[in-house]
Design a protein around this ligand. Structure first.
Ligand SMILES: Cc1cc2nc3c(=O)[nH]c(=O)nc-3n(C[C@H](O)[C@H](O)[C@H](O)COP(=O)(O)OP(=O)(O)OC[C@H]3O[C@@H](n4cnc5c(N)ncnc54)[C@H](O)[C@@H]3O)c2cc1C
Length: 354
């Protein structure tokens, strides 16, 4: 007999949403080390809530508390191609959030019937028809939990994904972000393309009194590429100064819908652990929340073959990833991007006031 019906590894947007939506008849364990302490793990993220994610919350009839929002809310993205020194503004409808507060709020919505374990899951094995999870608590204690179902909601470096698909590779980048005191005359949000240093993109966001600059780079020599890009942006007018904080993590970038893995044998993957993240914009919160909703629907229905049903239900999200993959050449091929930006299609005119 297992300790829990369902163990969720990871309490980010995917894991927290699943914990909130699972039927109360299940005994649920949610494993994540995040707390509100300063020393706690914090997800490296731009903290922008896309319209798709906003729609997912609207469908749950959820409203965001004010203290999750940060200052200012920005209505356009300054898109810069450093190669051609072309710049365009595009209207955007993101909400600017404090990502750590957002994660803690989402987790707080899980019902009290969910057992919380503050720590990290190390080893996963399958023994006697159930999953055995070896976990280390934030306080250093070693614990073993067993569960009938295990869900990997543990993000880009997913231990559950590695356990289920040890040979399956998915394209990955190193995301590096630095925080600076804001020193630009006006806050802004930017998206930067610089093929000299990365074949992915970079971004900057003003958040409260901070200026955050980050980018996704090929893992080899990523820090060198990051610093080189900062230098190129300084020449372009960006102000960095001394960083207050440098953070880094893996970010996945699927090349094909086949990169997305949903799980098998009573083990499931949701959110970025499944490979669900936009390869064009690296937006992942909507995919995390929506995949968790779909898995909750499947598990709550008590269907006989939940792996097959979940794989079917996730198809529209896979299709959405396919559309984003098809969009990539228009954003990432220097030639096509130049054409798109020069054409001005969908761009807006920003009138600077003296
Ligand atoms: C630099 C950067 C900027 C981004 N900006 C945006 C943005 O602005 N908007 C947007 O929509 N998306 C953005 N994304 C993508 C987005 O952050 C992710 O796709 C999204 O957070 C995925 O949610 P998730 O719940 O699947 O995983 P995560 O948010 O990564 O959560 C995984 C959780 O699992 C926990 N965990 C991991 N391993 C273990 C373990 N072994 N045991 C227990 N717990 C574990 C972690 O503590 C974490 O809380 C960005 C990504 C990066 C890297």
């Amino acid at each position: 007999m297992s300790d829990f019906s369902i163990a969720i590894v990871g309490g980010g947007p995917a894991g927290a949403t699943l914990a909130r939506l699972l039927d109360k008849r299940f005994s649920v364990l949610l494993i994540d080390g995040k707390t509100d302490s300063e020393a706690s793990f914090r997800k490296v993220c731009g903290g922008l809530l896309s319209p798709d994610a906003q729609k997912a919350f609207a469908e749950f009839d959820l409203t965001l508390p004010k203290d999750i929002m940060v200052d200012p809310q920005i209505f356009s993205v300054r898109t810069i191609d450093l190669n051609t020194r072309t710049e365009r503004h595009y209207q955007r409808f993101y909400m600017n959030l404090d990502r750590h507060k957002f994660d803690l709020w989402l987790e707080s919505l899980a019902p009290p019937t969910v057992t919380r374990f503050f720590g990290k899951c190390g080893k996963i094995s399958r023994e006697d028809g159930c999953y055995k999870l070896k976990c280390r608590g934030n306080d250093g204690t070693e614990n073993i939990f067993t569960a009938d179902i295990v869900v990997g909601a543990d993000g880009a470096g997913s231990a559950v994904r590695k356990f289920l698909y040890p040979k399956k590779e998915i394209r990955r980048y190193t995301a590096i972000q630095q925080w600076f005191p804001e020193s630009h005359a006006k806050p802004f949000y930017s998206c930067i393309f610089d093929p000299k240093t990365s074949d992915c993109c970079s971004w900057s966001i003003s958040k409260d009194s901070f200026f955050i600059f980050g980018g996704a780079f090929a893992p080899k020599n990523c820090r060198k590429a990051f610093e080189e890009q900062k230098k190129r942006l300084t020449e372009y007018g960006f102000k960095f100064g001394t960083p207050l904080k440098t953070e880094a993590c893996i970010v996945l970038r699927p090349k094909s819908p086949f990169d997305i893995c949903t799980g098998r044998d009573g083990a499931f993957l949701v959110g970025e652990a499944a490979g669900l993240i936009s390869p064009s914009s690296l937006e992942g919160i909507s995919f995390a929340v929506n995949s968790a909703r779909l898995l909750a629907e499947v598990i709550n229905s008590g269907i006989d073959d939940p792996s097959k049903k979940y794989a079917e239900k996730i198809l529209p999200l896979k299709l959405k990833i396919l559309v984003k993959i098809m969009k990539c050449p228009f954003m990432y091929s220097p030639f096509l991007r130049k054409l798109v930006m020069k054409s001005g299609i969908s761009s807006i005119t920003v009138r600077e006031r003296d």
